[in-house]
Design a protein around this ligand. Structure first.
Ligand SMILES: Cc1ncc(COP(=O)(O)O)c(C=O)c1O
Length: 420
């Protein structure tokens, strides 16, 4: 058994990975360097998150200043700290565009946010005297993190396999079918559904753009049946879809929005839930009605300071607009790759994210193609992310058109090498 390092990598085949780590050492803008000095275009912004780009000194300075002042303190009961209060008010102000009277529940990442929203959905109905509403509907290909409820709500079957029983009151519907969702409401009993969870654009499930009006239809079904619509904007928010939340692109007003990643551009862990007035009301107005939930690091002052500095960068550097521009640039740059025989389709066109998907016939005989393409692209100085039938791209929002074109050329050459 190799003991090169005892670091157990997430989502990894450790038998292959141990001793073959790609050690990333330094980052600047849209580029990172490994421990051997090789430079890469960070085509994935780490895991869809470094929206502001690497190496932002002002975020590091804000973190250092906060650490020196008050590195950490808990926020249970009446405790608070300046950065948590300021961040919550700032996120609520951005949230007014997509939600009535948002409140902000903070934690440390997307998975935390999802399990918070799922528990809160059930707890809300209990609090208003409708305790039968406990069922939660997710979608095939959906990804909602790896906590208990998030694993169950997620619709990538491989992520549940072998993990024991999932929460029995969670089911999935085909990711793009309103008929399937309507049928599921009927099957479960509409008065038993607490919430439907949906990503505005499916990310980890392969970068899938929903059909026109699908999300509006989903929101309307939730409204009609009295269930909550939880928009999982962990990837979509903070510029990835070119707006603060991502749902604004579809004219949606969800009951809750989960966020993480781009809120700090990954500089420190932070996530949370934007909760509409309707859902918050029983807890904020009814004395003695608690949400008995939260973590040691909820509202962590240093993480909140990182978020505030990051939001300053996003505003000052116009990164929401840049997300919109990059949506077009990525689509244009990657479209020609569809002419490769191995490629089935290039998925792009909404937000600064895209995927190059292999043709099913090619994958049938060569299932490792996404990993092979990752390897070829890496040799050419570009990091992409193998995901299911595809490799995904979601560069930092500071990437230039030139960098995107160069990355597309590297992918083109990589596909030719795989073709040969
Ligand atoms: C849509 C979505 N929700 C939730 C999560 C989970 O976030 P985290 O990895 O921070 O727990 C992710 C992570 O990629 C995600 O893409």
């Amino acid at each position: 058994m190799t003991t090169a390092s005892r670091f157990w990598h997430p989502f990894a085949d450790m038998a292959q990975v141990a001793g073959h780590e790609l050690v990333i050492e330094r980052g600047e803008g849209a580029r990172v360097w490994d421990a051997e000095g090789n430079e890469y275009f960070d085509g994935t912004a780490s895991l869809w998150c470094v929206n502001a780009g690497h190496g932002r000194q002002e975020i590091a300075d804000a973190v250092a200043a906060q650490m020196a002042e008050l590195a950490t303190y808990q926020t249970f009961s009446a405790f608070a700290n300046g950065p948590a209060l300021e961040l919550s008010d700032r996120l609520a102000a951005y949230g007014e565009e997509v939600m009535d009277g948002p409140r902000v529940f903070l934690n440390l990442g997307g998975g935390d946010a999802i399990d918070t929203a799922a528990k809160l959905a059930r707890r809300y109905f209990e609090a208003i005297g409708d305790p039968e509403r406990t069922h939660i509907i997710g979608r095939t290909q959906g990804y909602h993190g790896t906590h208990g409820l998030g694993t169950a709500i997620g619709g990538i079957a491989a992520n549940q396999a072998g993990m024991g029983p999932m929460d029995p009151e969670t089911t999935h519907v085909t990711w793009d079918s309103l008929e399937a969702l309507e049928a599921e409401f009927e099957r479960v009993g509409p008065s038993r559904v607490a919430a439907v969870f949906a990503e505005p654009v499916i990310g980890a499930g392969g970068v899938h753009r929903v059909p026109p009006n699908y999300l509006q239809g989903l929101a309307e079904l939730c409204r009609r049946h009295g269930a909550l619509f939880v928009a999982d904007c962990v990837i979509a928010a903070f510029g990835r879809l070119g707006t603060w939340w991502g749902v604004d692109r579809f004219d949606l007003r969800p009951d809750m929005i989960t966020f993480a990643k781009g809120v700090t551009s990954g500089y420190l862990p932070l996530g949370g839930v934007l909760v509409s007035e309707r859902v918050a009301e029983p807890f904020w107005e009814g004395a003695g009605v608690w949400f008995r939930h939260g973590q040691t690091y909820s509202g962590h002052p240093t993480c909140c300071a990182a978020a505030l500095a990051n939001l300053d960068v996003i505003e000052r550097d116009g990164l929401l607009d840049r997300g919109r521009e990059m949506e077009v640039e990525l689509a244009e740059a990657l479209a020609p790759l569809a002419s490769h025989e191995l490629v089935g389709e290039v998925r792009s066109g909404i937000g600064a994210l895209a995927a190059v998907a292999f043709a099913p016939e090619a994958l049938a005989s060569r299932p490792g193609l996404p990993i092979e393409l990752f390897g070829q692209a890496r040799e050419r100085g570009v990091l992409v992310r193998p995901l299911g039938d595809a490799v995904a791209l979601s560069p930092p929002l500071v990437a230039t058109r030139e960098q995107i074109d160069t990355a597309a050329e590297a992918l083109d050459a990589s596909l030719s090498a795989l073709d040969a």
